[in-house]
Design a protein around this ligand. Structure first.
Ligand SMILES: Nc1ncnc2c1ncn2[C@@H]1O[C@H](COP(=O)(O)OP(=O)(O)OP(=O)(O)O)[C@@H](O)[C@H]1O
Ligand SMILES: [Mg+2]
Length: 437
């Protein structure tokens, strides 16, 4: 056998690294390799990599990267043919590790490690060369929802990743939450399970209800729950586009189509999708037509959900709500007593809540929206702070019951209900005649 040489990686070695990687994969069947080929190749080019060469052929490689005083091996493998020769094999492995270490050392590293499937030759090779096995550790990972490439596309359409746990932040509204969970979240998050039961995941839904009942909140919560980016489309902002709103919508949806996943939200959709007709045709007619077309096309692709919201569902063009465009037309109504209690509890400071009669507040806020309750609670807090500042010698630390039930009731008296009785009645009718669940 000819001698095995060790040298730095250079770009011509890429093919050899690919062959090595492919040779290494079957060995780690029980635990697939941690780093993908693309990551190993990237590390070869950007970080430290040494190769073992015999007869011009790459027979082994060690690839590492260094950060914050630690070196991590992302790939280590020597071909079986070399390892089979007892003398060559151990020499090749030791030589590679030695060469890599010498390149990493000047970077001031205190430690070199590798997460490696047990029972592979790489694992044995490392242990034979002075690496210690650490026990009691568990490898955990989480795939982040959006990759880098996707971030640029997302930025172009003004999309963003919402914080996790928004879903849990929606207080009460259990009926609505359950429905959204069953109809939207589960079929989209678990398409295989949905398929098993013959459920087709939804592509577009309409939320309707009086102002401030939580339509936007729910749309965001669904995105957060799915771990999908949230893209809000503002038709009014597209009027400056060449070709106007219709052309702007087309371009925006084209860009959105490039995204892997997305929850796309259009609020106050009645502004661009109200009933068509009339002579001469209203200027929004072309926009409505374009939106209808875009919803149709949007439905063709998986991994995305369009949520439209409106306060005036009865004003929408009939074609818009026809079957086949929106899978569900979902009412989001005023919060019931349980929801109101949950919403109050959310906005009343924790150390105060025991001193407040929640039942009284829940009763007194019947007919109010979550937004109204939020307003009343904040107003009460604001007033209490102001009055305590006006008092002299207030020892804040010793005060536990900063706010009383009366403070909240007073704030409630100053809060105008967003939803009039008339609107509430109309909403009830819409639930009967338009909702589709
Ligand atoms: N279930 C809820 N729990 C806690 N806060 C809520 C809840 N629903 C809504 N809110 C709060 O009420 C306010 C209004 O909610 P949101 O903007 O979602 O209502 P909306 O239905 O979209 O209103 P609009 O029709 O005016 O667009 C927000 O500040 C939101 O945080
Ligand atoms: Mg809204």
């Amino acid at each position: 056998m000819t001698r095995t040489r060790f040298r730095d990686f250079h770009d011509d070695d890429l093919d050899g690294i690919i062959r090595l990687f492919e040779a290494a994969v079957p060995e780690s069947e029980a635990a697939p390799p941690l780093y993908l080929l693309s990551e190993v190749l990237a590390a070869c080019q950007r970080n430290q990599a040494v190769v073992a060469v015999r007869d011009e052929e790459i027979v082994g490689a060690a690839v590492g990267r260094a950060a914050h005083g630690q070196g991590v091996l992302v790939f280590f493998h020597v071909l079986e043919a070399i390892r089979a020769d007892p003398e060559q094999g151990t020499r090749a492995e030791a030589g590679l590790l030695d060469a890599l270490e010498r390149r990493l050392m000047p970077l001031g590293l205190g430690k070199l490690s590798m997460l490696v499937p047990a029972g592979t030759s790489a694992c044995d090779g490392l242990v034979a060369n002075g690496f210690e096995t650490r026990t009691g550790l568990k490898y955990v990972e989480r795939h982040l929802p959006v990759q880098r490439r996707e971030l640029d596309r997302l930025k172009a359409v003004g999309g963003r990743i919402l914080p996790r746990h928004l879903w849990d932040g929606v207080s009460g509204m259990q009926e609505e939450k359950d429905m959204l969970e069953d109809r939207l979240v589960v079929p989209l998050a678990e398409p295989d399970l949905a398929d098993h039961f013959g459920v087709v995941p939804p592509r577009a839904v309409m939320l309707f209800g009086p102002p401030g009942t939580g339509k936007t909140t729910f749309a965001k919560a669904v995105a957060s729950r799915l771990d999908w980016p949230f893209v809000e489309v503002f038709p009014s902002r597209l009027s400056g586009e060449p070709g106007g709103v219709a052309a702007g919508l087309r371009t925006t949806f084209e860009q959105i189509n490039e995204l892997e996943h997305a929850v796309v939200f259009i609020d106050e959709v009645e502004e661009i999708a109200s009933r068509r007709g009339g002579e001469p045709p209203s200027p929004t007619q072309g926009v409505t037509n374009e939106l209808l077309k875009q919803v149709g096309q949007f439905r063709d692709r998986e991994g995305r959900l369009l949520i439209c919201a409106t306060n005036f569902v009865r004003a929408l063009d009939a074609a818009f709500l026809r079957h086949g465009r929106f899978d569900y037309v979902i009412p989001i109504g005023l919060p019931d007593a349980t929801a109101r209690e949950a919403i109050w509890s959310r906005y009343i400071p924790e150390h105060t809540i025991n001193g407040v009669d929640l039942d009284v507040l829940v009763d007194a806020s019947d007919g109010l929206t979550p937004a109204d309750i939020e307003y009343a609670a904040r107003r009460a807090s604001q007033e209490a702070l102001a009055s305590s500042l006006r008092q002299q010698h207030v020892d804040i630390a010793s005060r536990t019951d900063v706010l009383s039930t009366d403070d909240y009731l007073e704030a409630l008296r100053a809060t105008r209900a967003t939803v009039s009785e008339e609107t509430a009645r109309e909403f009830g009718e819409d639930v009967e005649t338009i909702a589709r669940l």
